[in-house]
Design a protein around this ligand. Structure first.
Ligand code: SF4
Length: 417
């Protein structure tokens, strides 16, 4: 590899590390005709120590940008060295790294170096060359550039497994403050176009087996947390809108990493603790898989997540009137609301109680975290009499007088600053 390419790679992989929307699950592109790669399973993505997802070839096409978003290291006013790959260089790097087994896919984003179409066209060309000329079947995630034409978005969908458009700042007012040239509407428009195309192409595929794949892993988005003063409630309401309004597969929450001493932003020493990211992901999970409405978890009375405890326990403590539940009688939907009982255990409970009345030993074997669940359920008998305990007391008992593992990490992070 030439010195020049090595330098570009160093700069453009470093600039790409702030984007966490790179999980590569959900695609099943099959390798035919002895092509390269296969996204069927085990697409490699990994997480750095601080919880960020790192795709193995995760690069920007260029860090030249005409915009000046205050929270972004690539903003035009930042005095950094600017470089750009050519289409062929990205293709060569992907193939070479793939053949050496360093990567199993490509995550390609970019600064906007002239206008949206000009940039998007280059990203699409990379994907097209890989697929058409090199028969590459590895995973490709392209960042869509807001404002790009529908034709380019359509073409991108034909070659990429996943497309993502970052919302960036969860509230419109925060976005206007930190990136005055942008607005959410401009991001929602291509999301809506992709949503409709994905539905249409799925229908086509049912009718014609040979209809081409179109963004088989769907679309995702990322929000930067803590750059503006949004509450957890604001963040999760925006996430709910993305899931329900645009059928997004995933929303990623990325704690703001201080990159500037701009007075509109939090100070350079105030990184968002990882525990906040974790609590947001747990809330997201509860909304998508456990049947919780965003209003139940976050509302005007509770606009912020409790960092000490997970959001399900927090909800249960605010709603003690719903408990205790008789584990042998309540529905799956209700079991899923009990702290200490996860999705798998809930299904196992429902299956097992068809054959016998469950007791505490059965629950232990099933994998229920009894030390949490015992405050909220009965199981033949009550193991714990919590009727007279306040929410605060139960919380203290559960935490056992010590901070949660996430809180400990957060405290360590804060002490570093
Ligand atoms: S448009 Fe994207 S790359 Fe450019 S400054 Fe804004 S966030 Fe950064």
């Amino acid at each position: 590899m030439s010195e020049r390419i090595r330098e570009k790679l160093q700069i453009l992989t470093d600039a790409a590390k702030y984007d966490v929307s790179c999980s590569s699950s959900g695609s099943s592109r099959k390798n035919k005709n002895k092509g390269l790669g296969d996204t069927g399973n085990g697409i490699c993505h990994t997480y750095t120590e601080d919880g960020r997802c790192v795709s193995l070839l995760k690069i920007l096409f260029t860090n030249v940008c005409i915009f000046d978003c205050a929270y972004c290291v690539t903003r035009k006013s930042n005095d950094i060295k600017r470089v750009a790959f050519t289409v062929q260089e990205v293709v060569d790097l992907t193939l070479n790294f793939y053949r050496r087994n360093y990567i199993e896919g490509l995550f390609l984003s970019s600064g906007i170096f002239k206008d949206a179409d000009h940039t998007m066209e280059r990203l699409v060309r990379v994907a097209k060359k890989l697929r058409k000329e090199h028969n590459f079947n590895g995973y490709i995630h392209l960042k869509s550039i807001p404002g790009a034409s529908d034709e380019l978005m359509h073409e991108a969908g034909l070659y990429a497994d996943r497309l993502s458009i970052n919302i960036e700042i969860p509230t419109e007012s925060g976005l206007k403050l930190l990136a005055p040239d942008k607005d959410h509407k401009e991001m929602f428009r291509p999301m809506n176009y992709l949503k409709n195309e994905i539905i249409l192409k799925k229908e086509e595929k049912k009718l014609f087996r040979k209809a081409p794949l179109f963004t088989p892993a769907g679309q995702s988005s990322q929000m930067i947390i803590g750059a503006a003063k949004e509450s957890d409630k604001d963040i999760m309401y925006t996430a709910a809108k993305l899931y329900t309004g645009f059928n997004l597969k995933r929303v990623y929450y990325s704690g703001y990493v201080p990159v500037s001493n701009d007075r509109r932003l939090p100070g350079l020493g105030s990184a968002v603790p990882m525990v906040r990211e974790n609590r947001l992901y747990q809330t997201d999970w509860l909304m998508r898989f456990y049947g919780f409405g965003v209003k139940e978890l976050l509302n005007d009375a509770n606009p912020h997540l409790d960092l000490d405890i997970d959001p399900k326990l927090s909800w249960a403590l605010r709603n003690l009137s719903c408990f205790p539940m008789d584990i042998n009688k309540v529905s799956l939907h209700e079991i899923l609301r009990v702290p200490g009982i996860g999705m798998q255990s809930a299904h196992k409970i429902v299956a097992a109680r068809k054959f016998q009345k469950l007791n505490w030993d059965h629950l232990k074997k099933i994998g229920v975290a009894i030390n949490r669940a015992k405050y909220f359920i009965t199981c033949g008998s009550r193991q714990f009499e919590s009727r007279d305990l306040s929410a605060m007391k139960i919380k203290q008992f559960i935490l056992g007088g010590s901070a949660s593992k996430y809180l400990k990490i957060a405290q360590q992070q804060l002490s570093l600053f």
